[in-house]
Design a protein around this ligand. Structure first.
Ligand SMILES: *[C@@H]1O[C@H](CO)[C@@H](O)[C@H](O)[C@H]1NC(C)=O
Ligand SMILES: *[C@@H]1O[C@H](CO)[C@@H](O)[C@H](O)[C@H]1NC(C)=O
Ligand SMILES: *[C@@H]1O[C@H](CO)[C@@H](O)[C@H](O)[C@H]1NC(C)=O
Ligand SMILES: *[C@@H]1O[C@H](CO)[C@@H](O)[C@H](O)[C@H]1NC(C)=O
Ligand SMILES: *[C@@H]1O[C@H](CO)[C@@H](O)[C@H](O)[C@H]1NC(C)=O
Ligand SMILES: *[C@@H]1O[C@H](CO)[C@@H](O)[C@H](O)[C@H]1NC(C)=O
Ligand SMILES: *[C@@H]1O[C@H](CO)[C@@H](O)[C@H](O)[C@H]1NC(C)=O
Ligand SMILES: *[C@@H]1O[C@H](CO)[C@@H](O)[C@H](O)[C@H]1NC(C)=O
Length: 424
């Protein structure tokens, strides 16, 4: 009798714990549909060149689009009980156009979803994407990072309160300008100050001055191009085999398919914890994973088997064009590799489909035509990964905790009752 009652109670406890699975994320809508909706909201603009000189009008339009979205999202966040604040950072910098230098004005837009922790306890993460493009192509700058940030913000403010997650540490969403600028002809590395340099060396430095610890930045740089055909990942003449030999071996084993997201990071104490946390979140966001992601299924229920592949920068590595390819300007600005903008270095990693190293549209792309089920699911996986990461690292699980507490109190109380009954 005693054992039977205890067994029953343990079953009840087990069921109530399973029901309060802290990793249950998702929502009552599909991520792919939301991504598609936000791309369509800015009908056609993602197709255009948005360079500060040759695409000034489209770039200004994109800025207005982002500002409108930011205002809308800020309002939504407030309705859901969050403290959200926006900042506009204006700056002037030099870019190289052909062989000339031009001075341009840039605008970074920053939206902060504040955590409930006091500043002294706040450990923010920053997610950033640039919204301008290169000078004569949109192909490698289609704007998916911007859409990922907008989708993720909306999804977080809808779902966190509904699922009883309390955002403890802040999440910074940064839309940066002037990513493409002057390059050092010898080494191909960016020189001087991009929008991300300005963000890191000025805005972030001030924001972090009275906060506890910066967990790091995740740069989103092209997330839409998935290609599972063999040899769609271009490696010839890049030197990837020498620079990133472990990744190269994995690529070869996988017939050089472009079916993965690249995670670019330094092999050091700054980037490794962030890279590991993101990889863990990627694994948890898989539909194979035991933790139910919950929410509505995406409209196409056959889910992609996308992979995450690490491109690790080691000290004294073989220098080749592939090294420069994976050093995008946002990330190197935060790494502050050239120590040109002060002393601060931040943890920073990049998630990317590798841009023009992946077969697909290479020049002017029709972004609408790129919004296939496969590509949308591929991009949704990155959005879900970031959501898992934020839930794991930035929230406290108030709802599940109180239901765990009440289950334990119930179990203990009932067990005492059962033992008491058994004895007498
Ligand atoms: C940001 O907040 C200010 C008020 O602090 C507001 O005037 C502005 O329109 C907001 N939006 C953007 C995109 O900057
Ligand atoms: C940059 O902005 C300043 C005013 O803030 C203006 O005087 C200048 O003409 C602008 N430069 C360009 C290239 O638009
Ligand atoms: C945060 O700061 C306020 C005022 O400084 C204080 O009253 C409160 O207890 C602090 N909260 C935490 C969680 O430390
Ligand atoms: C994220 O959280 C995990 C444990 O929840 C922790 O081990 C890790 O250090 C955190 N990562 C970062 C970058 O803060
Ligand atoms: C993620 O999954 C892969 C493949 O199952 C595994 O090799 C890797 O160790 C996992 N990474 C983390 C951080 O859990
Ligand atoms: C995928 O890669 C193959 C092989 O390189 C290429 O022929 C094809 O056009 C690519 N598909 C798309 C949709 O870009
Ligand atoms: C872009 O692709 C969409 C969907 O495939 C198509 O309807 C549209 O006509 C294309 N636009 C151009 C300019 O080719
Ligand atoms: C689902 O996705 C697969 C692979 O991406 C595609 O072949 C199929 O047509 C899609 N089905 C529907 C109903 O959209």
């Amino acid at each position: 009798m005693k054992c039977y009652v205890l067994g029953l109670l343990l079953t009840v406890l087990g069921t109530s714990l399973a029901a309060s699975d802290p990793l249950m994320v998702g929502g009552s809508y599909s991520t792919t549909d939301n991504i598609k909706r936000i791309f369509k909201d800015r009908d056609g603009n993602f197709d255009k060149i948005r360079h500060p000189t040759t695409g000034a009008k489209a770039r200004a339009d994109m800025l207005t689009f982002i500002q409108n979205k930011v205002e809308m999202l800020q309002l939504l966040a407030k309705q859901k009980g969050f403290h959200a604040a926006n900042y506009t950072q204006q700056f002037t910098t030099d870019i190289q156009v052909s062989y000339d230098h031009k001075t341009v004005n840039g605008t970074n837009v920053i939206l902060v979803l504040h955590g409930t922790a006091n500043n002294t306890e706040d450990e923010p993460v920053m997610l950033l994407a640039n919204y301008d493009t290169a000078r004569n192509t949109n192909a490698v700058n289609e704007g998916s990072g911007v859409v990922a940030l907008l989708t993720l913000f909306e999804s977080l403010v809808q779902d966190l309160p509904a699922k009883n997650f309390e955002l403890k540490s802040s999440v910074i969403f940064a839309f940066t300008d002037v990513a493409h600028k002057k390059y050092d002809e010898e080494t191909g590395t960016p020189r001087g100050e991009t929008g991300a340099h300005k963000l890191g060396s000025e805005w972030l430095r001030i924001f972090m001055s009275d906060r506890k610890h910066f967990r790091g930045a995740v740069v989103l740089d092209n997330l839409l191009n998935y290609n599972s055909t063999g040899r769609s990942q271009l490696v010839q003449d890049t030197g990837i085999d020498k620079s990133f030999s472990t990744s190269y071996t994995k690529l070869a084993e996988n017939a050089f398919s472009g079916d993965f997201v690249a995670l670019v990071h330094r092999n050091d104490d700054m980037d490794n914890p962030l890279a590991n946390a993101i990889e863990e979140a990627w694994n948890r966001s898989s539909h194979h994973h035991k933790d139910k992601t919950g929410g509505q299924q995406d409209s196409n229920s056959t889910q992609l088997d996308a992979k995450l592949l690490r491109f690790t920068f080691n000290k004294n590595m073989f220098v080749s064009p592939s090294v420069n390819h994976f050093l995008n300007s946002e990330q190197s600005a935060l790494w502050n590799e050239h120590a040109s903008i002060g002393q601060t270095q931040y943890p920073a990693i990049t998630l990317t489909d590798t841009r023009n190293l992946r077969a697909g549209c290479r020049q002017m792309c029709n972004v609408s035509a790129m919004l296939t089920d496969e590509n949308l699911q591929f991009m949704a996986r990155t959005v879900k990964t970031l959501k898992h990461f934020i839930i794991q690292n930035q929230t406290v699980d108030s709802g599940a905790f109180s239901s765990l507490q009440s289950s334990v109190i119930f179990l203990v109380g009932s067990a005492i009752f059962a033992i008491y009954n058994g004895r007498y």
